[in-house]
Design a binder for this molecule. Structure first.
Ligand code: FE2
Ligand code: FE2
Length: 502
């Protein structure tokens, strides 16, 4: 089953249905370009052009375009923007931008299409400048009253559209998705935002350090604290996100997944908060040194030559070097180093880099090694488009217990992930398929397994069916109340779990 052909996943920002998201991305790019570039800069002018192209498409359907924020969510044309890990960073950044400026929303009118590009760039700059004003909301409102900006207005708190979306948010739990309480929904959305934000903060650090600029870790640290809070409250949501992967930008999503998996494992074994912080940061930066490995080696589809493999193996040391260059206290750097240095060393001290003194691997090194291998072998890669099914990955790892991995930590990890990790495709005896959606109840085999059933549509895309509870696995037979015939990686079915589980 793992050998079924898989078509590339379409870029959600390019697809027809994602016009709203493309608008948000275009606005985000416009603001970012205005932050960096002068008015006549080519990049800024291109951002203005792109923004106009997208907004023109929106005006074809409606005569005004309103972007609102209410209760920590963004709405475009009264529709809540979907939280997906690959755009959550942008949603998070925009929410923060609105919040800092005490802005309820922005409304654009078709006259923008006739506005000089310089005025659109000035509008973006005005939005940026509002941040430093004493009363940003009032200041911005007054500035946007300038006739140059007749095509845009700041949404007032009394606006009817705003009241409309706020009322939607206030609906009772009965209006929530079947089998999912609104509290669960909120937790999920917060987790997706944090996940996306962690990916973007890591991307920013990666971008800075590869341009040999000094980078701080404040943003990343803020995300780590949020992750720890979430995991302390309920680790299942964040843990699920690490296995429901969006396939783009492997380098950074891999690092965030490894950080989440390490954090959850650390929490399971009772590490105190301060240790969880260091562990998660170490895991986040474990592959930072990959920016120093030539791209042709990093992304090579075929087998690496001996020389290329030697270079690839240097990335643990490169990570240490890069961490030493980060802008943070020497003590913090020292604490973060060991995990990345050791993450490819095995429990029996084989692996790399070779060290003259045979010292047992540190606890963080052992944790990160487990998280790293699990995420790496369950991810479809350039050279391996069909990833191994997540449950089979756990079986393969189990064979390395005591040799490759710390056997006790591995056992805790397998119990934590569950027999079938979230996002695994299951085939049932009657031919139906479903996606492992969540576990509920206590750790281990006693937890209930929930499956999101999928029905193939005539267009070839699967539709969301019922959410069913398979109960806990039988303690002796390890079987569930519905016989599972097979399991597979979602890529083998060209299924993107995020489409069904988020
Ligand atoms: Fe690595
Ligand atoms: Fe890694």
């Amino acid at each position: 089953m793992e050998n079924k052909p898989s078509a590339p996943t379409p870029d959600p920002l390019q697809s027809e249905t994602a016009l709203e998201l493309r608008f948000l991305l275009a606005l985000h790019m416009l603001i970012n370009s205005a932050r960096i570039h002068q008015d006549n800069n080519r990049i800024l002018l291109t951002s203005v052009e792109q923004f106009l192209v997208i907004i023109h498409q929106l005006f074809e359907e409606e005569d005004e375009v309103t972007l609102l924020t209410s209760a920590g969510r963004l709405y475009l044309r009264q529709e809540k923007l979907v939280y997906r890990p690959n755009i959550a960073g942008i949603i998070g950044t925009m929410l923060e931008l609105f919040e800092q400026r005490k802005l309820n929303g922005l409304r654009f009118f078709p006259a923008i299409e006739q506005a000089p590009p310089g005025d659109i760039a000035s509008f973006a700059r005005t939005l940026i400048r509002a941040e430093n004003q004493e009363k940003p909301g009032e200041w911005l409102e007054a500035e946007l009253n300038d006739p140059r900006f007749a095509w845009v207005e700041a949404v007032q708190a009394s606006d009817e559209d705003l009241k409309g979306v706020a009322a939607e948010e206030g609906k009772p739990e009965g209006a929530a998705e079947e089998g999912v309480s609104s509290k669960e929904r909120n937790r999920k959305e917060n987790a997706i935002l944090t996940y996306g934000y962690a990916v973007t903060s890591l991307q920013e650090i990666g971008g800075k350090v590869s341009a040999n600029r000094k980078s701080g870790i404040k943003k990343a640290l803020r995300m780590v604290h949020k992750m720890i809070d979430m995991v302390t409250e309920d680790s299942n949501v964040l843990l699920g996100l690490s296995t429901i992967r969006d396939y783009d930008d492997y380098t950074y999503t891999h690092s965030v997944n490894v950080a989440i998996l390490s954090l959850c494992l650390g929490q399971r074994i009772g590490l105190p908060r301060k240790s969880l912080e260091t562990l998660t940061l170490s895991a986040l930066f474990h592959d930072l040194g990959k920016i120093d490995v030539p791209k042709n080696i990093l992304n090579k589809p075929g087998k690496l030559s001996d020389m290329e493999f030697r270079e690839m193996k240097n990335h643990s040391l490169y990570s240490v070097r890069r961490i030493l260059l980060l802008k943070t206290s020497p003590q913090k750097k020292a604490e973060m180093l060991l995990g990345p240095f050791e993450h490819h060393l095995k429990y029996d001290l084989s692996g790399y880099p070779k060290t003259p003194r045979k010292k047992p691997i540190s606890l963080f090194g052992r944790i990160i090694a487990i998280a790293d291998v699990f995420d790496a072998i369950t991810a479809p890669r350039v050279y391996r488009p069909f990833a191994i099914s997540p449950d089979r990955s756990l079986c393969i790892m189990q064979e390395g217990a005591g040799k490759d991995f710390d056997p006790v930590l591995l056992k805790v990890f397998i119990n934590m992930i569950g027999v079938y990790p979230i996002g695994t495709v299951l085939t049932f005896a009657d031919g139906e398929i479903g996606l492992v959606a969540k576990y509920s109840g206590e750790d281990g085999a006693g937890r209930d397994l929930w499956v999101q059933m999928l029905t193939p549509s005539p267009e070839g895309k699967c539709l969301k069916g019922e959410l069913i509870n398979l109960g806990p696995a039988d303690s002796t037979t390890k079987k569930f109340n519905q016989p599972i015939l097979n399991s597979a990686h979602p890529a083998a079915y060209n299924i993107q779990p995020a489409d069904y589980l988020l």
